[in-house]
Design a protein around this ligand. Structure first.
Ligand SMILES: Nc1ncnc2c1ncn2[C@@H]1O[C@H](COP(=O)(O)OP(=O)(O)OP(=O)(O)O)[C@@H](O)[C@H]1O
Ligand SMILES: [Mg+2]
Length: 443
């Protein structure tokens, strides 16, 4: 989990707060001055800076100003003495997220922190694989905690890539069935006959080519959890067989002489509107109600934008470990670009984009052009302009063509990849931009 930076010139105060917040599971680094804090901020991506206002040399207000200049997305919480409330007012004007009057009580500070960073709030244990700080997702998790203990069927709906399988696995892991198998079947990929044998199994010789006996997924999942992916695509005849299996808790192998008892909790997923599908006659209503004892709909990523950066940082860490790279964070422009995208492929798409960026990234922070190859600029021009996002590195000796290319790419980057907006700023048509990008080999 990301760290918090606490800045105060009183080491005893720091030690006490670090210990108190550690009890809440938060990882806090302490810095005894503004200068030390800035040095740490250069090396680490902190999720939050908590700073005292009154400190010798660089005070908290100056530190706040510098943090907001360098890393405007990093939230800052100010601590101030009662006699110094003016300082707090000034801090809020300068972009501080909140302030607390000293003496600071650990629980109140914790409440403020979780207000600014909901992902640091307490969540039901056992769902660590699900990264989210979105309030509606956290509500789902609280419900999952209860659902996991029961045998109730769960219907997980949501667009592709929203995390339905991650949720299904978490339910299984949290349930008393966790030491038994978790088995997944995709109901969309197979022709009816094969899907039937996949689910319910077959006896040797039950059809041409059935040279051995085959245990179906229901039997394989005995005692555990069966995930039926894309349940909406199940053919009508199999819907009837599935209903029977759920009601009777037994399955018939193809060519089998008697039914076989199975104890399975079923979780189904869909990216279609199942109620509509039932109304259209494509899905049995009785089966729908059997499967939909607990319905959970996962919102698309674009409807929980707070999760974007949180997930991106999670994947950054994962792929840095995998690729043995050390990249501390995303630049603010890169973070802004990610937050402005539609992510129709949801979390899966974000994960893929971050993976590619980690492979491409050459610096300490991921730049927006590494996330989006359309914005590709040469690294040295970008590094030179790093301290002022709107600045271009243009020198005598460059060709007009090169200067134009840099200006177009930089403008595109600043407009978050939006070609129409960039064209407007540049006073040219979006079509010209597209032609230029093609010319540069970027489209
Ligand atoms: N909340 C999350 N925290 C961490 N990783 C996530 C989260 N949601 C999704 N992912 C990751 O995103 C990818 C897609 O998730 P998943 O396979 O669960 O999506 P899905 O809804 O089942 O998609 P589909 O409908 O295409 O099968 C996976 O790599 C998964 O690990
Ligand atoms: Mg899936």
């Amino acid at each position: 989990m990301a760290k918090i930076l606490l800045v105060d010139d009183d080491p005893d105060f720091c030690a006490a707060l670090v210990a108190r917040l550690a009890q809440k599971g938060l990882d806090v680094d302490a810095a005894e001055s503004g200068a030390v804090a800035l040095a740490r901020l250069r090396d680490h991506a902190y999720a939050l800076v908590i700073s005292d206002v009154r400190m010798p040399e660089m005070d908290g207000i100056e530190l706040l100003r510098r943090v907001k200049e360098d890393r405007p997305q990093t939230p800052v919480l100010m601590l101030t003495a009662f006699r110094d409330v003016d300082g707090a007012v000034e801090a809020m004007k300068l972009g501080a997220n909140d302030y607390l009057i000293k003496p600071v009580e650990g629980d109140i500070l914790y409440a403020k922190i979780t207000h600014i960073l909901p992902e640091f709030g307490e969540r039901p244990a056992g769902f660590e694989s699900i990264v989210t700080c979105d309030p509606s997702m956290v509500k789902h998790l609280e419900m999952l905690d209860m659902v996991a203990q029961s045998n109730a069927s769960v219907l997980l709906s949501g667009e592709s890539g929203t995390g339905k399988e991650v949720f299904a696995r978490a339910i299984h892991e949290r349930s008393p069935r966790s030491s038994f198998p978790f088995v997944a079947v995709n109901c969309a990929g197979l022709p009816e006959g094969l899907l039937q044998s996949e689910l319910f199994g077959h006896e040797k010789g039950s059809f041409t080519g059935a040279s051995t006996q085959h245990k179906g997924k229901f039997e394989q999942a005995d005692g555990g959890t069966l995930l039926l992916d894309e349940i909406s695509e199940m053919p009508p005849e199999l819907q009837a067989k599935l209903l029977r299996a759920l009601q009777e808790r037994e399955v018939d192998r193809l060519g089998g002489k008697r039914p076989i008892k199975v104890d399975v909790r079923v979780i189904a997923t869909t990216n279609r509107d199942m109620q509509q599908h039932v109304r259209d006659g494509g899905f049995r209503e009785d089966l729908f109600y059997r499967l939909c004892v607990v319905p959970i709909t996962l919102p698309p990523l674009r409807e929980r934008r707070m999760d974007i950066l949180l997930l991106a940082r999670h994947f950054l860490k994962e792929f840095c470990e995998q690729n043995q790279k050390s990249i501390s964070d995303f630049t603010d422009a890169a973070a802004g670009w990610m937050e402005s995208q539609q992510w129709h492929g949801n979390v899966r798409e974000l994960r893929n984009v971050v993976e590619r960026a980690v492979v491409l990234c050459q610096g300490n922070r991921v730049e927006s052009y590494e996330l989006n190859p359309e914005l590709w600029v040469t690294p040295e021009s970008d590094a030179a302009a790093a301290d002022d996002p709107g600045r271009l590195d243009v020198r005598v000796g460059m060709t007009a063509h090169e200067v134009e290319k840099r200006l177009i790419l930089k403008t595109l980057e600043e407009s978050g990849g939006n070609k129409s907006r960039a064209a407007e700023i540049l006073g040219i048509t979006p079509r010209t931009i597209r032609n230029k990008l093609r010319e540069y080999g970027l489209m």
